[in-house]
Design a binder for this molecule. Structure first.
Ligand code: ZN
Length: 466
């Protein structure tokens, strides 16, 4: 049955059995409704036991967030940090994570925050659903069509009027809508349908066939839960070690042991100026390496795709250009993983080259770089384009410091830099240089945890700190 068809049937029901035709005290309309039933809210313990069994791990609830897909971890952490921030004045905040759904590709995670202070205690929660394959993450509410909320509110009113829902007063439509919105934060899909706990009661609305009320993604989650699809398993976290090779499929004809190779690298984009630069590089048939900021890449998917399609190499330049040594290991990991996720989503390639913002590294940065499997790409030719913003100076400084095997640092977010590129290419070509990408400069093979400043200045001991 198509979604459209179901909605049509549903609308007919609203017309033929309009609210509030239910007589208070008569439970028949609710208990016999083909659309919902009022049931006792299932205990978290039962759902947790089921999900843990599907996850194949008995003590999953206690194992922390690290075992889960990185994007889910990130979203849950953000939610928890917001709670800690907003509830800071109220007192102590503790956060508990409970996996309550593990079916097909989907992992459902309830996060419960408890705030204790001034002799009072309040809890707040949110149910997240993640596709462990694509790493998409949704708040449960995001899987539901907005128009379903007032419809389900009417169910609450109907059930309260019929006396099957123990609410002291029959709620107004506005109040009923709020109850649904609040209840959905704790809602969950099971093999029976969608449970929506009704705040202030131990009861839930159980929506038997929720598909017509759900988004396309929601339908897939509901079907996996109702049909009890076997859980595909948690993604295997790749373990990387210092010295592991990172190999690139280089069909390069250039042999940089013989040719006078030099590499153009561009940081901090993409911005609209990047498109002009790509036109120039395409016209000159020159490949380059782009180290993208995640917060820029996420707003320019077409440019990210174009960079990859035109034969350039994409690298990771962290999410928001922070001083990474000032961040915690978890924050560093998040800066790396979010950025790579966006680049992979838009280019189809998971970047393995990392350039730290400001070139700033620390023991913690190296730990996370190694854990995540990157090579660190620094530079040894820096015309200071960000400071001078002067096309002539950028050209002169680059030419003056150029040498075979060098790595040139530029920023494609400045017009003056982009304007300098045609002259840099022309003058270096005239001196016999060949432009290559970073992988080409190192013959298609780099190593995890090693730092590359140029073809001849490679620091394999960088992971020891500094
Ligand atoms: Zn930068």
């Amino acid at each position: 049955m198509s979604v459209v068809c179901s909605i049509a049937i549903f609308s007919t029901w609203l017309v033929t059995a309009p609210f509030p035709s239910v007589v208070a005290g008569s439970p028949s309309a609710t208990t016999n409704s083909p659309y919902f039933r009022v049931v006792e809210t299932p205990s978290n313990a039962r759902l947790l036991a089921e999900a843990s069994q599907n996850l194949g791990l008995d003590d999953k609830a206690d194992s922390g967030l690290d075992a889960y897909p990185s994007e889910l971890t990130h979203v849950v952490e953000s939610w928890s940090e917001d709670l800690v921030y907003t509830a800071a004045e109220e007192g102590e905040v503790s956060v508990e994570i409970q996996p309550l759904l593990a079916v097909g590709n989907y992992l459902g995670m309830r996060v419960v925050g408890q705030v204790d202070g001034g002799g009072r205690s309040r809890t707040t929660g949110q149910h997240f659903v993640s596709n462990v394959d694509t790493e998409s993450v949704w708040y449960l509410q995001d899987l539901i069509q907005p128009w379903a909320i007032p419809v389900w509110g009417k169910y609450i009113i109907e059930a309260a009027a019929a006396g099957v829902l123990p609410l002291r007063v029959i709620p107004s439509p506005e109040r009923a809508t709020l109850l649904i919105q609040e209840g959905l934060r704790q809602g969950h899909f099971t093999s029976e349908g969608l449970f929506i706990p009704v705040p202030g009661t131990n009861s839930s609305l159980l929506i038997y066939e929720p598909d017509p009320y759900l988004t396309d993604d929601g339908v897939l989650v509901a079907q996996a839960a109702i049909q009890q699809h076997g859980f595909v398993g948690l993604p295997v976290q790749e373990e990387h070690q210092v010295g592991d090779s990172i190999t690139f499929n280089s069909n390069s004809e250039v042999d940089c042991d013989v040719a006078k190779c030099i590499a153009l690298t561009f940081d901090d984009g993409p911005k609209p100026t990047t498109e002009n630069l790509l036109d120039i590089l395409a016209g000159e048939n020159v490949p380059a390496t782009f180290f993208l900021s995640g917060d820029q890449a996420v707003t320019s998917p077409a440019t990210v795709q174009r960079i990859a399609q035109e034969g350039h190499v994409l690298g990771n330049h962290a999410w928001s250009h922070p001083q990474l040594p000032e961040l915690s290991n978890k924050q560093i990991r998040s800066q790396l993983s979010r950025t790579s996720k966006v680049i992979e989503d838009h280019s189809g390639t998971d970047p393995r080259l990392f350039r730290p913002p400001y070139g700033a590294v620390s023991q913690s940065v190296y730990e996370e770089v190694i854990q995540s499997g990157y090579a660190v790409i620094q530079w040894d030719i820096d015309p200071q384009d960000w400071e001078t913003r002067d096309t002539t100076k950028i050209v002169e400084q680059t030419i003056e410091n150029a040498h075979p095997g060098g790595i040139i640092l530029l920023h494609d977010i400045y017009e003056e830099t982009v304007d300098a590129v045609p002259r840099i290419i022309r003058e270096l070509n005239a001196e016999g240089y060949v432009f290559v990408t970073i992988p080409q400069l190192f013959d298609g093979e780099l190593q995890v945890g090693t730092t590359y400043y140029s073809k001849d200045y490679i620091d394999t001991h960088s992971s020891r700190g500094g």
